[in-house]
Design a protein around this ligand. Structure first.
Ligand code: AHM
Ligand code: MG
Length: 333
């Protein structure tokens, strides 16, 4: 079988759909290269001195792991000099990172969660990098946080790398979803799954059940019905999986269906869930929709939300369409 590299795939996509510009292609290749470097560090583990915490906190008051900080730096450095970006923003930085004056400024904005699933780093469980690309508003001038606050529907590309038994890159530029596997010997990304589609029906759900006592009634009702199994209102048995790395949970769902939930709950009513809209929920929502699934905050399409701040949180329900519609319906009722 002829191997198609990421570069070849992007060049073909550029020709075929005329959807991606040469600049966007460069951007995606640079992000993919940075993910290769992160994958290499992840693979070294204790031998690379990358495990454990960095003794610092990020803007959300979470203790940063060494690998959170290293991955953030890898992505910043890789993307600064190419001339394709105006600014970057990250889970690990309080405010935006404009491209330094010594480099040319491009027309795209890049956001990322450099290392998602941090709690899994030290226990050798799959983790990942999530990214989202927007176009800078026309005539923006110096980049501001405001420039980033565009609804997810305006993303021009989104993707994630998952560092598991294999390192994979899942990517969309708005024309379906494709998956590349890192050939570790050659150091290249090879197209291994074309046009991924999420099965519409499923018997599998993902939620952190330890929060059950805090859930609001719509989630309580939905999960109760799933747990009731064959003799309950859903008439079938459901299975549960929770990896605590969103990338790994979403990757499973892209491959065999399912529904992923991180709802808001009564623990802290001022916090609408745990996951961040701009660099976790939006890119995953774009990927899931492009693969035929759905993604809502329980009421509306995630991609339609107009953001109000860079690090805002949002409840997330995504995956197989029928299940996302069901649980969203219970919120709307
Ligand atoms: P992180 O970006 O700090 O790693 O947090 C996000 C992660 C998601 O990958 C995952 O779905 C969720 O947090 C797990 O949370 P919990 O530990 O509450 O189950
Ligand atoms: Mg994260």
């Amino acid at each position: 079988m002829k191997r198609v590299s990421l570069t070849q795939h992007l060049v073909e996509e550029q020709r075929l759909n005329n959807a991606i510009t040469a600049e966007l292609r460069l951007l995606i290749e640079v992000v993919a290269r940075a993910c290769k470097t992160i994958s290499h560090s992840v693979g070294k583990g204790a031998l690379g001195g990358i495990l454990g915490s960095a003794d610092t906190e990020n803007i959300q008051g979470e203790v940063q792991k060494k690998l959170d900080v290293i991955s953030n730096e890898i992505l910043l450095e890789a993307n600064e000099w190419g001339g394709h970006l105006a600014a970057m923003a990250s889970e690990e930085m309080e405010t935006i990172h404009p491209i330094p004056n010594r480099y040319p400024m491009g027309e795209y904005l890049l956001m990322f969660d450099p290392l998602d699933g941090s709690s899994n780093i030290d226990v050798n469980v799959s983790i990942g990098t999530i990214f989202s690309v927007l176009k800078a508003p026309e005539g923006m001038g110096a980049p501001t946080e405001q420039a980033f606050l565009q609804p997810g529907a305006q993303q021009v590309a989104a993707g994630y790398a998952v560092y598991g038994p294999q390192t994979m890159l899942v990517l969309t530029t708005g024309h379906g979803v494709n998956c590349f596997t890192l050939d570790r010997e050659m150091g290249s990304w090879v197209l291994t799954q074309r046009d991924m589609r999420i099965p519409e029906q499923t018997k599998e759900f993902a939620i952190n059940m330890s929060n059950q006592r805090h859930w609001y009634p719509p989630v309580q009702r939905y999960i109760d019905e799933l747990l009731a199994g064959k003799t309950g209102p859903r008439g079938k048995d459901f299975n549960m999986r929770w990896i605590a790395s969103m990338v790994a949970d979403v990757h499973r769902i892209l491959n065999r269906g399912g529904v992923f939930m991180y709802p808001a709950d009564a623990r802290d009513p001022s916090k609408p869930g745990k996951l961040r809209l701009m660099y976790e929920a939006n890119p995953m929502a774009m990927i899931v929709e492009q693969a035929g699934g759905a993604a809502t905050d329980g009421r509306q399409r995630i991609l339609d939300i107009t953001p109000t701040s860079l690090h805002q949180r949002v409840p997330v329900f995504l995956g197989s369409k029928s299940e996302v519609e069901q649980v969203t319906g219970y919120h709307v009722e």
